[in-house]
Write a protein that binds this ligand. Structure first.
Ligand code: C5P
Length: 400
């Protein structure tokens, strides 16, 4: 049986050529057993008739606030409460802009603003509109509110031009919804602490000691835990990434000491802590108040002191029932070094990425990891995008 069976879905249709594909999407959702309420923008009706849609959905299409002849008011609030999810396909630049800024001048946008459930947005527009900075900014805003964007594809567009802006195929959209409803929420009620990115250790007001960590693995882990129902605190060093899931609370820090303080605060109430940050091992003993000048005759000597080991500190604080996971980035004797760290830091699991593997480690979008658990077991995974590696790692954590 489909995960969509019995689900209440609002299908929002805007005025774009891709609206003809919404008919197929509607059929797929109905065939999978969903109950679908179509809500159209006034422009949507120029592209596809409400009669077609109401026949397929077996429900009158809603487009206006009132039925003209009876004066019956259509409650966007009731609709918002009824829905298990809302999918807007196609979503035009105009509707995306209205949704991003709360311009509630039609039934579709008011319904969106009243919706309590997950909203999926499948943009469709010409390539230049899609590439416009205002569209990008609006889509990013929608993402930051927790909406899931079903990215358009590149291909031939109604204008005859070729580029990004084709609405995702109805089969793929239906699959995304199906996946959403069948997703595991095995971390519901759990609190997870994740560290990510590098740390910057100040030398003077304009210089620091850092490393090449991009934060991508830690952010992917935080998103994965949140999508599985966890409440996540992501303590992040300086990186240029943003979080999409509102269940992720981002705490930005700069140095290892700041990261330690944030972790010491969050760890006692956490069920799981994943130490993914590439914490600088050393920091300058003192930070110069003024920029160190090149004109000085002496070459400056920067004296370093050891940074606290955050993972090991949490390992000492760990209570029974809490799980602590670390990472190891090794160049040689990988497995032995990883196992030694697992023990020394009192971890329950360690994730090894080898610097020898192409596409693994710092800065890349992919990773190849091997997981070692405290019970002595070991599992090796292939080279995959970091989001999929995050799924493997969280699966491994949940199996401890
Ligand atoms: O000892 P090493 O730096 O190789 O250990 C890596 C693991 O320890 C990672 O999980 C990293 O996040 C954590 N770590 C830490 N604090 C440090 C150094 C490493 O939490 N100062």
């Amino acid at each position: 049986m489909s995960a969509l069976s019995g689900k209440h879905i609002i299908l929002g249709i805007c005025g774009g050529i891709a609206a003809y594909k919404s008919v197929t999407l509607l059929r797929l959702l109905i065939k999978a057993g969903a109950e679908v309420q179509v809500v159209m923008t006034p422009a949507g009706k120029e592209f596809i008739t409400p009669v077609t849609l109401s026949s397929l959905s077996q429900k009158p299409v809603v487009s206006e606030f009132f039925t003209a002849n009876t004066g019956e008011w259509h409650s966007h609030v009731d609709l918002g409460l009824w829905a298990d999810c809302m999918v807007i396909a196609p979503a035009t630049a105009s509707t995306i802009g209205k949704m991003a800024h709360g311009i509630a001048d039609n039934m579709l946008v008011t319904t969106y603003l009243s919706a309590k459930s997950q909203v999926f947005v499948a943009p469709a527009m010409d390539l230049d509109m899609m590439a416009h900075p205002s569209t990008t900014a609006n889509i990013n805003l929608l993402r930051s509110y927790g909406n899931i964007i079903i990215e358009p594809e590149s291909g031939e567009l109604a204008s005859g031009l070729v580029g990004k802006g084709r609405m995702e195929e109805p089969e793929k959209i239906a699959e995304t919804l199906e996946r959403y409803f069948s997703a595991t929420v095995d971390m519901k009620g759990k609190k997870v602490l994740v560290t990510a990115g590098p740390t910057h250790e100040k030398i003077d007001p304009v210089r620091f000691i850092g490393n090449y960590s991009s934060g991508k693995m830690g952010y992917a882990l935080a998103e994965e835990c949140a999508s599985r129902g966890a409440e996540v605190t992501l303590v992040s060093g300086p990186v240029s990434l943003s979080v999409h899931n509102p269940a992720v609370k981002l705490v930005r820090v700069e140095s290892a000491r700041e990261m330690l303080a944030a972790c010491e605060e969050a760890f006692p109430s956490s069920d799981v802590a994943v130490m993914c940050a590439a914490v600088a091992d050393y920091a300058p003993r003192t930070v110069a108040d003024h920029k160190i000048k090149r004109e000085h005759s002496d070459v400056p000597v920067i004296e370093l002191v050891k940074n606290p080991d955050i993972a090991a500190t949490l390992g000492k604080m760990k209570r029974s029932g809490q799980l602590l996971v670390g990472f190891a980035l090794e160049t040689d004797n990988e497995a032995d070094n990883a196992r030694e760290k697992l023990k020394r830091k009192n971890l329950d699991m360690i994730v090894l990425n080898s610097m020898r593997d192409k596409g693994a480690g710092f800065g890349t979008d992919t990773n190849k990891v091997t997981v070692f658990k405290a019970d002595g077991s070991r599992e090796e995974f292939g080279l995959k995008p970091k989001s999929e590696v995050a799924t493997d790692i969280v699966d491994a954590i949940m199996s401890i």
